[in-house]
Design a protein. Sequence first.
Length: 137
Amino acid sequence: MYCGSSREVWLALQRRYSRSNGLMVFQIQRDISSVSQGVLSLTAYPKLMKLWNELACLAPAPKCTCGGCSCGVNEAISVLTASTQVMQFLMGLHETFDSERSQILMQDPLPDVEKDFSMVFAVEKQRVVHLDVVEET
């Protein structure tokens, strides 16, 4: 393959070897929707984080690139993405965290997923300590 510039080489290689990410995005979305805590501790959260990062790489959210944008679309998209992640995290929680889920959902605005995880993690640890104390007596 002969090309006059490095850009032409790059474009030729891109046309030849690039593939659609549709199948991979579909699989990641499916995996995200099937993640649940079950009877495990909060081990599902790191898996969700990994899947969200993969999805952000394969299908990044659109961003305004006009430079002088004052409409706030980038912030709105970030808020929507964060809200979606909170919902996905909460949907995967075990039913024993129903009250914590309700507490989180009643907040306006919703706290970010890291704060939600921290809260649920603290409750889980408190329950473990309480069970250990009860078993010792």
